[in-house]
Design a protein around this ligand. Structure first.
Ligand code: NAX
Length: 328
């Protein structure tokens, strides 16, 4: 067995947490020979519920689970973290404007960014799932003094997986045949699932699915509205698929990307594709054999795609401006 790694998870007593913790503890993410310390962070009122989750983790007797630390204290929660998965946030309630939401969550992610910088390992990587995840990640990153910006990510993998599943269903193939699917921009209803560069069994999607009207219309809106459709059907927001996407993101960031493919995750823009520098935008990413990642360059952006990318980036710039007081 290797030395344990430490994974800190906020919102650990929530519904995504419930679908996430057991898979991490079981070795499904970091491998069957990699022990894991779980540091589970919750707000005080949720600590009793978190105790129940801890009891269940104990009762699984996972060989790879080395220790569990439930806490409401950020310093204790992020101590020596190798990974910080920021899942907890305050959901949008009726009557709440998007800017209110940004500011309430901004307060949370300011403190968490500072606590990560002060307590986690310098190499700690942070993935933000809690919405609005791109801008929450921007706030955490901006307040984590001394931590490199390339160690902060926001999750758009659920959108990628949803898009792949829609394309596969339309083409009548298994979803594993769909590659090179990039989500551009924000994890919101403006996100752009880029079908123009996606492939099915190595062929351009546009050659396999010739119904361009469906691709430009129903396909995009189905992916954009999938979260709302799940809430309507289930009476609760997506949880297992969101946890699965967080796991896919971590796995994709710690393992080399298959040759010629890419995966979607929001990273701090370096200006690639004309995307404003410094905002957290989803784009095509490759993970290298040495564990570093890079933005895939040279992905063609046609006029249709450019219009969609411009719209989602404009939204992110607006979000950034709305929280500028929280960005030192
Ligand atoms: P739940 O409401 O079930 O759980 C959230 C948990 O976070 C609660 O237990 C709460 O006590 C805790 N929490 C709140 N503030 C906290 C803080 N300051 N520190 C630590 N814990 C805190 O929500 P759940 O369904 O688990 O969703 C969690 C977040 O994921 C939400 O913001 C949700 O919008 C977001 N999602 C993001 C997705 C993505 O693709 N990026 C998709 C799924 C999901 O909607």
């Amino acid at each position: 067995m290797k030395d344990p790694i430490t994974v800190s998870i906020t919102g650990a007593a929530g519904q995504i947490g419930y679908a996430l913790l057991f898979r991490i503890a079981s070795g499904a993410v970091f491998g069957p020979d990699q022990p894991v310390n779980l540091r589970l962070i919750e707000i005080e009122p949720a600590l009793p519920a978190l105790d129940g989750v801890v009891m269940e983790l104990d009762d699984c007797a996972f060989p790879t689970l080395n220790s569990i630390t439930p806490t409401a204290d950020l310093a204790e929660g992020f101590k020596d973290a190798d990974w910080a998965l920021l899942v907890g946030s305050v959901p949008r309630k009726a009557g709440m404007e998007r800017n209110d939401l940004l500011n309430i969550n901004g307060g949370i992610f300011t403190g968490q960014g500072q606590a990560i910088a002060a307590n986690a390992k310098p190499s700690c990587r942070t993935l933000v799932v809690g919405n609005p995840c791109n801008t929450n990640a921007l706030i955490a990153m901006s307040n984590a003094a001394g931590m490199p910006s390339n160690q902060f990510f926001a999750m758009t993998r659920l959108d990628e997986n949803r898009a792949k599943s829609q394309l596969a269903a339309k083409a009548g193939v298994h979803h594993s045949k769909v590659t090179n699917l990039c989500i551009w921009g924000n994890h919101s209803a403006t996100q752009y699932p880029d079908f123009t560069n996606a492939k099915i069994d190595g062929k351009p999607v546009t050659e396999v699915i010739t119904d361009r009207e469906w691709l430009e219309g129903e396909f995009i809106s189905t992916v954009q509205q999938r979260g709302a459709a799940i809430i309507k059907a289930r009476g609760a927001s997506s949880a297992a698929s969101a946890a699965n996407a967080a796991i896919d993101t971590v796995i994709s960031l710690i393992n080399p990307t298959p040759e010629g493919d890419w995966h979607s995750v929001a990273v701090c823009s370096d200006g690639s594709y004309g995307i404003e520098k410094g905002i957290m935008a989803s784009m095509p990413i490759r993970t290298n054999a040495d564990g570093t990642w890079e933005v895939v360059q040279g992905v063609p952006v046609d006029a249709f795609s450019q219009g969609k990318i411009d719209a989602t980036i404009a939204e992110l710039v607006g979000e950034r401006d709305a929280v500028k007081d929280l960005i030192p």
